[in-house]
Design a protein around this ligand. Structure first.
Ligand SMILES: Cc1cc2nc3c(=O)[nH]c(=O)nc-3n(C[C@H](O)[C@H](O)[C@H](O)COP(=O)(O)OP(=O)(O)OC[C@H]3O[C@@H](n4cnc5c(N)ncnc54)[C@H](O)[C@@H]3O)c2cc1C
Ligand SMILES: NC(=O)c1ccc[n+]([C@@H]2O[C@H](COP(=O)([O-])OP(=O)(O)OC[C@H]3O[C@@H](n4cnc5c(N)ncnc54)[C@H](OP(=O)(O)O)[C@@H]3O)[C@@H](O)[C@H]2O)c1
Length: 534
């Protein structure tokens, strides 16, 4: 729509609405025309209403957002700092700052679109940002109160997912588990599995996509919870067994605030009541809040015995988990593989199990059917032309999508070079896919392999150390037009890799810090720097 602002209108936007003076003048005119067609006095909007009115689809929103630069969109920043950076911004931007900033796809989209959907009333679920966990959920609940208190100006019906079955978290389809093999040999501190699935007909994927798995909880953990609650194995919740509800539908990891609230309501001891109420607010009263899962919360307050119904209602729903697909459909049609690190760690006398990773790396039996979906990559793709070189940095399970990329480049006889930086703790035990990588090297699909073993020597060597060591060559590859990819740990590794790249550009590109930053920013803006981090 083209709109010519007229000088004859009453300003509608409040002075503190987050727009420049030009934007404000234009928008005031636009809103006056839209809201007062008959020339009556226009209604005033709160900053949030104005922002939400202009939310997705509004002509001005992308401009306003492009101007704010989303400085909080950095997974290494703590929540407090992110929220500070977003202070005074429209609700959807503050909601975005509350996300974990990984654009990981776990919520079904990215941080920006998920938060905009909540702010516009198109998404009611506040608990989809898995990496953000309880911290994000708490902040979103707080921010969502602003939505409730203002008359929400744009409340659209939730659109039905248009993705084909098996292509969104809203519509998983059954796939057959075809087995696993351990990737670590000998003695390793890690337990990493190569996992294979057979896909149902019609479910397709591209190298770079992720795989959503709807896991099941460990039945021993469910048994221990039921024992603690004094529930017999055949206790029902309506039509279903409580046991089945706990295995298939409920998150049994970090105890949710609602469970602490339920326990606080049920306990009679005043000291326990106060502690529980504070824990429900995220206050770490006993210094153990990080490790209190659902069973630990029940065990911590043994005098409380909530009934099954109230207990189930206080739990969050079990969320699917994403895994980077480690195969190319060109290598084996109808099948795919994952590279999964099984999360197991001890807290006190109990070994805690990562729900999905130990399901895939242990409990799942060959031939079993599992609900799954493909989560399309958010730009994490090979260059269209096989002649364009690629540089891949993927320590640990970060190698997963690069195995897929290399299979793809082999199948399409890509002529551009491919350079992989891989690393892990020990060369002898943690060199995943060693034989395959050597085969890919012989076949010419992998032209350069740089390895970093962090625990083979006294000084830890990480992938970013190798990048610095081989910086002159790395810079030459970038100058040749190489696309740069990083996959793996979001919190520290991905940030360290970016710092190393900046240092390489500075030293070998003979640039100062600001110019190196601009060089890397241009790579990102041109789609030549892609991250798949978690
Ligand atoms: C896009 C994307 C791609 C991914 N690709 C891969 C992949 O290729 N391979 C892969 O293995 N994973 C991958 N992940 C991570 C994966 O989705 C899961 O998060 C991971 O497997 C853990 O899930 P879980 O259900 O086993 O553990 P959960 O039950 O979710 O438990 C994990 C939680 O346990 C706690 N925890 C874990 N370890 C410890 C410890 N040592 N001490 C104390 N607390 C601890 C942390 O709070 C952690 O958040 C990816 C994630 C995303 C978003
Ligand atoms: N929350 C965390 O702190 C954290 C950290 C790493 C991984 N993870 C999670 O653990 C799971 C599996 O991890 P994984 O099997 O892929 O292996 P990983 O634990 O990521 O380790 C892979 C390799 O990366 C090294 N590494 C550690 N810190 C690094 C850094 N800052 N920069 C570069 N390399 C670094 C490790 O060295 P060392 O082990 O010798 O240090 C190891 O050699 C994933 O779910 C991941 O998100 C969590």
């Amino acid at each position: 729509m083209t709109f010519q602002p007229t000088p004859f209108f009453t300003p509608i936007l409040p002075d503190n609405a987050p727009f420049s003076s030009e934007q404000r003048a234009w928008l005031n005119g636009f809103l006056a025309a839209m809201l007062s067609p008959g020339g009556g006095a226009p209604i005033s909007l709160s900053p949030e209403q104005a922002a939400a009115y202009l939310a997705p689809g509004g002509d001005a929103a992308p401009q306003a957002e492009a101007d704010d630069g989303a400085p909080w969109h950095d997974p290494s920043l703590p929540m407090e700092e992110r929220m500070k950076l977003a202070e005074g911004k429209p609700l959807r931007r503050r909601m975005m700052a509350a996300m974990a900033q990984q654009d990981c796809g776990q919520c079904g989209t990215n941080c920006e679109d998920y938060s905009a959907a909540i702010a516009a009333g198109r998404e009611e679920r506040l608990n989809l940002c898995q990496p953000g966990g309880k911290e994000t959920l708490r902040m979103l609940k707080k921010l969502a109160a602003e939505l409730d208190s203002a008359a929400a100006p744009v409340v659209e019906a939730k659109p039905a997912s248009t993705a084909a079955p098996g292509h969104s978290r809203e519509h998983p389809v059954p796939a057959i588990f075809r087995g696993r093999r351990r990737l670590n040999c000998g003695i390793s501190a890690k337990e990493t599995w190569h996992v294979e699935f057979e896909l149902p007909e019609g479910v397709t994927y591209k190298a770079g996509d992720s795989f959503g798995v709807v896991p099941e909880n460990d039945s021993d953990l469910v048994g221990a919870i039921m024992l603690r609650l004094g529930l017999a194995a055949d206790t029902r919740d309506g039509e279903r067994l409580v046991r089945d509800v706990l295995i298939h539908d409920k998150a049994l990891g970090a105890a949710p605030d609602a469970l602490f609230m339920l326990l606080a309501e049920s306990v009679s001891d005043p000291d326990a009541k106060t502690r529980l109420a504070r824990m429900a607010e995220g206050d770490d009263v006993d210094g153990d809040l990080d490790t209190v899962d659902v069973l630990a919360a029940l065990e911590k307050f043994p005098a409380v015995m909530p009934d099954a119904d109230a207990f189930l209602s206080a739990l969050d729903s079990l969320q699917p988990r994403l895994y980077s697909i480690s195969s190319s459909p060109k290598a084996q049609a109808g099948r795919l593989s994952l590279t999964v690190d099984a999360v197991r760690y001890d807290v006190g006398a109990r070994t805690r199990l990562g729900c999905a990773s130990t399901f895939l790396g242990g409990r799942l039996e060959e031939g079993a059917s599992v609900p799954v979906y493909i989560q399309a990559a958010h730009g994490f793709r090979l260059p269209e032309e096989g002649s364009v070189p690629i540089v891949m940095v993927g320590p640990g399970t970060g190698i997963a999508p690069f195995r897929a990329f290399l299979q793809e480049r082999l199948a399409s006889s890509a002529s551009g070079g491919a350079w992989l930086f891989f690393g892990h703790q020990h060369r002898d035990s943690d060199f995943f896919y060693e034989d395959e990588l050597s085969g890919l090297q012989s076949a010419g699909a992998l032209s350069r392999l740089s390895l970093a073993w962090s625990r083979d020597n006294n000084a830890r060597t990480y992938v970013q150390d190798k990048m610095r060591e081989e910086g002159a060559e790395l810079f030459a590859w970038l100058e040749k037009g190489a696309h740069f990819y990083v996959c793996g740990d979001a919190k520290r590794m991905a940030a360290d890799v970016e710092h190393a790249l900046l240092a390489v550009v500075e030293e070998h590109g003979k640039r100062d810090a600001a110019a190196a930053k601009a060089y890397v920013a241009a790579l990102k803006a041109g789609g030549r720097y892609q991250a798949d981090v978690y």
